[in-house]
Design a protein around this ligand. Structure first.
Ligand code: ATP
Ligand code: MN
Length: 478
């Protein structure tokens, strides 16, 4: 059978063996054996488990057997039988084998020994062939699917925010410029500055840092919407939690206040994690075991306090702690802990502070609200005290901020005044401001960084390992 009717290894591994003749194809993970038999593990990416092929050496030519090597692609016909060995229920007794594409064992970099994650990043074109990255990619897929399912089931509409943007005022960090001008010889104005009116769009253009502003326009017509697309930040932050290109999910809801927004964020995250626990059990079990092995070399106090699945269940089963930024700052100040960045009211909290609150103080996920307006974006709804805004950040163990959101300022006057105070070019935001002049309503939304979610669910420690081809400073291979 070919095409869609072809059964995958995942299907055969769950089939009762009745000596039926089948054919499978995939990539060889390992080959071992003795004088009479070869045991070949084949994987086709449909599951973390490989199918064991048993080949009697006298049935196959030496030339063929020599080309069956780790990394080659292969098609095998034979009988599916109950396995003699432990570790699998069924195995395939080979009758015919064909090597589809060879892999020279001298050159193929993924030989059986364990590879560091750093090395695997250098061969990102091949790392999906490892158990670890197979598991991560399947979990990433499951989470993306669950996100669409969650919103669809709750009558949110998926809107596609543009990736190219002409507004430079979204307020979320450095942007990547998009231009077709000759960098060696751009047209210049009289004052020698570059004349972007001659560029492709007739003005400066960038890659978007967020789809939020456009999502708001849609929410103020369709009531409940979300975006799910790539976003770009040119900040030079070489951390294990930042990418230059990452995917963001941004729901935006008319008639929602900050409490409704927090309820949605908590319910959404719990749903996604529960979905992974229910649908990715084999891959999670593999990653949990992997993490235990990795950490067995560390000192006891450096190991994770909880196993991966315990950590996931812990989020699903606990109510998130909700408190204001102001209270959080006083908890941090009273903690007596020496932070690298000292705490005082008004600072932007660092991941070390966020993690202290989550991991040491409350021991559960935390939602902080009502941040100082100086450290938050212009569009957040201003509190009555004139000092804080109706922001909310959801903080997770190991990661810190996983969601950032707010109730939006719906008053034209207040929004307009804030834009001027911050010296933002209002010409590039006239359309955003008009939504507050025509039928404005209370509304709220948030942004979930997709890779931060995948990072949490997989228990990996570097965000570069949860996206197929990471883009970070000085890194644009593949
Ligand atoms: P941080 O403080 O962690 O740098 P931020 O405050 O700049 O994040 P927001 O602008 O609020 O982030 O973006 C919303 C969400 O997008 C964040 O909560 C986070 O999950 C994710 N995110 C932000 N920046 C990055 C990045 N460079 N790489 C991956 N995910 C990111
Ligand atoms: Mn944020």
């Amino acid at each position: 059978m070919t095409g869609l009717n072809r059964q995958r290894i995942a299907d055969w591994l769950q089939t009762e063996a009745k000596e039926q003749t089948i054919s499978v194809s995939g990539w060889v993970r390992t080959k071992r054996g003795n004088k009479e038999l070869a045991f070949i593990a084949i994987n086709d990416g449909s599951t973390i488990h490989s199918l064991q092929v048993v080949a009697e050496l006298n049935r196959f030519s030496d030339d063929l057997l020599k080309t069956v090597q780790t990394g080659c692609s292969i098609e095998v016909h034979g009988k599916l039988v109950a396995s003699q060995g432990s570790g699998q229920a069924v195995e395939l007794l080979a009758e015919k084998m064909e090597v589809l594409g060879e892999a020279d064992p001298e050159k193929f970099p993924l030989q059986k020994k364990k590879h560091s994650l750093e090395f695997l990043r250098e061969i990102a074109h091949l790392r999906p062939r490892t158990n670890t990255f197979g598991a991560i990619l399947r979990i990433r897929h499951a989470l993306a699917f669950a996100i669409h399912k969650y919103f669809n089931d709750r009558h949110f509409y998926y809107v596609h925010a543009p990736i190219l943007t002409g507004s430079d005022a979204e307020g979320a960090g450095e942007m990547f410029r998009v231009s077709v001008l000759d960098p060696a010889n751009p047209p210049r104005k009289e004052d020698q500055s570059v004349d972007f009116s001659q560029d492709f769009f007739g003005k400066e253009a960038n890659l978007t840092v967020s789809g939020q502003l456009e999502a708001e326009l849609a929410a103020l017509a369709l009531s409940r919407v979300y975006t799910f697309g790539p976003t770009f930040r040119a900040e030079n932050s070489n951390t294990a939690r930042h990418l230059a290109e990452f995917w963001m999910i941004e729901p935006e809801m008319a008639f929602f206040d900050l409490n409704d927004n927090m309820d949605l964020a908590e319910d959404f995250l719990k749903y996604l994690i529960r979905y992974a626990l229910e649908n990715c059990a084999d891959d999670l079990a593999f990653l949990e075991k992997r993490q235990l092995e990795e950490e067995s070399q560390l000192k006891k106090e450096e190991r994770s306090a909880m196993s991966l699945t315990d950590k996931l269940k812990f989020v699903v089963e606990n109510e998130f702690e909700r408190l204001t930024y102001t209270i959080a700052v006083s908890i941090l100040e009273k903690s007596g802990k020496k932070f690298e960045f000292p705490v005082k009211w008004g600072i932007d909290l660092q991941s070390e502070h966020e993690r202290y609150l989550v991991e040491k103080h409350f021991k559960k996920p935390v939602i902080l609200t009502n941040y100082p307006k100086e450290i938050k974006a212009f569009y957040m709804k201003q509190d009555e005290d004139g000092k804080t805004v109706r922001a909310m950040d959801v903080l997770f163990p190991g990661i810190g901020e996983i969601i950032g959101g707010s109730q939006r300022e719906e008053s034209y006057e207040k929004l307009s005044t804030r834009i001027d105070e911050l010296g933002i070019h209002r010409d590039s935001l006239w359309w955003y401001l008009e939504t507050r002049q025509f039928g404005t309503v209370q509304h709220s939304g948030f942004g979930l960084g997709f890779e931060r979610l995948v990072l949490f669910v997989t228990g990996m420690s570097n965000i570069r390992d949860v996206i197929p081809f990471p883009r970070t400073p000085k890194n644009l291979e593949f």
